[in-house]
Design a binder for this molecule. Structure first.
Ligand code: LLP
Length: 426
């Protein structure tokens, strides 16, 4: 997606990033529509069209606004939402509600009401408290809500502790303890206003290897066999979550979707045959894999401070407010100077944000050409969990989001203004 021109500027999906910085200001999120569409096409080619009875939903927590909803709707994917706010965005964008999957470990009464009254496609139930609320609400609306149970498969994944979710000790999901889970299933089977379709797991995020998904799937398929034998319940659907990793730095590699889905589908076919189960509908929920590499962030360099024999701090006009991931997960990023991409990298510096927080460092050590205030820094791979995790610490307005496609740019989300920051103050 990236290349350079004679002027030594970085181009992203055909657009000159230095000109984008001039036109829209910085900090700026730039998303490549071509990249997003490529990932959606890969999902269709290598999963939806290749395997019958499959669905893919985009995990909107990775990157969501109304235009993104419209793109996902056009591409024929579903949408995973996890809050009233995400659902409201989808409703307002006209997203087909039957393709929405509602997650979350503590959905509120009003969120459930919103989901039931708008006929959300699937509720992924995470607790007994929620199950009872959905049954009551659906009864009041004279409806039957299709549900899945989120289970905790008990798989410890190799990623940052803060983004692992499949281990036994987790706030997410129903523990795989037979007494507990069977009680849930019996209860749902007796209820008149929920229809239990099957089970869901999501084991964690930024997984570069497929072994944990395969282990969790084995646990799930064994469960399907047991609940059929013990409770006469045959799951019609399973949802395998997201978590497929991407390339942030040299050591990481984004695998093709086939690397994850092919062995999982093979296991489903072979085990269902062996267990005499009918093949369930299979859903996947990638978020980061669709949008992560589709985004870059542009910043303007300001103060440059050299501490002799220690390090040089190069400060930019954003930081942990627009990219919380380095401070929160020690996440690593690669970057270039967008207006000097061809120049020799002669110095090692640290890129600091502008927040009053020592952990507000975007990149600890990076080689760069000689720098001056006004240079534009482009940080790669910021399309997932950057804009959606942006915040207003130190009352910094959140950046604008621009969509580019083959050299054309359009504003997707306006930059927050100082007055926006006062908008809800009394
Ligand atoms: N499905 C469920 C139920 C999830 O909870 C998530 C992510 C996904 C799908 C999509 O996962 P993905 O394909 O994007 O890995 N803020 C963290 C990531 C948190 C992920 C939470 N759940 C980060 O910046 O790394």
């Amino acid at each position: 997606m990236c290349n350079m021109n004679e002027e030594k500027n970085l181009f992203f999906d055909g657009a000159d990033t230095v000109k984008l910085a001039e036109k829209y200001g910085t900090p700026l999120y730039v998303m490549s529509e071509s990249y997003i569409l490529e990932r959606c096409h890969e999902i269709k080619r290598d999963y939806l069209n290749k395997y019958k009875n499959t669905r893919a939903v985009f995990a909107s927590k990775a990157f969501l606004n109304m235009e993104m909803c419209r793109i996902i709707a056009r591409e024929g994917l579903g949408l995973d939402v996890v809050s009233g706010g995400e659902l409201h965005t989808a409703i307002k964008a006209g997203f087909p509600m039957e393709r929405c999957v509602f997650h979350g470990n503590n959905k509120s009464y009003s969120e459930i009401e919103m989901a039931v009254s708008n006929d959300v496609g699937r509720m992924v139930v995470d607790s007994e408290y929620e199950l009872e609320m959905i049954e009551g609400m659906a009864k009041d609306h004279n409806k039957t809500m299709p549900i899945l149970f989120r289970i905790t498969p008990g798989v410890d994944v190799h990623t940052h502790k803060f983004i692992s979710t499949g281990q036994q000790d987790s706030k997410f999901g129903i523990p795989l303890n037979q007494d507990i889970l069977y009680a849930y299933i019996r209860k749902a089977m007796e209820m008149k206003h929920v229809e239990l379709k099957g089970f869901h797991f999501h084991i964690g995020s930024q997984l570069l290897d497929n072994t944990c998904h395969l282990m969790a799937l084995d646990v799930l398929l064994d469960l399907l066999k047991k609940v059929k034998a013990d409770l006469d319940f045959e799951a019609k659907e399973i949802n395998l979550g997201g978590g497929f990793g991407i390339h942030y730095t040299g050591e990481e590699k984004r695998h093709d979707l086939s690397y994850f889905v092919d062995p999982m589908m093979e296991n489903i076919y072979s085990k269902c045959e062996a267990y005499q189960l009918s093949i369930p509908e299979v859903t996947i929920e990638p978020g980061r894999w669709i949008v992560g590499e589709a985004g870059i962030s542009l910043y303007t360099i300001g103060a440059i401070k050299e501490i002799p024999n220690i390090r040089t701090y190069v400060s930019v006009d954003g930081g942990m407010t627009d990219n919380l991931r380095p401070a929160l997960y020690n996440a690593k990023y690669e970057a270039v100077i967008a207006n000097k991409v061809n120049e020799a990298k002669e110095q090692l510096v640290t890129i600091a944000g502008k927040c009053c927080e020592s952990s507000d460092i975007l990149i600890w050590d990076i080689d760069v050409p000689p720098l001056e205030a006004g240079d534009i820094l482009a940080v790669f791979c910021t399309g997932a969990y950057n804009y959606t995790m942006a915040n207003n610490y130190n009352r910094l307005p959140r950046p604008a989001v621009v969509m580019v496609k083959e050299g054309q740019d359009r504003l997707m989300v306006k930059r927050e203004t100082y007055d926006d920051l006062l908008g809800r103050d009394i």
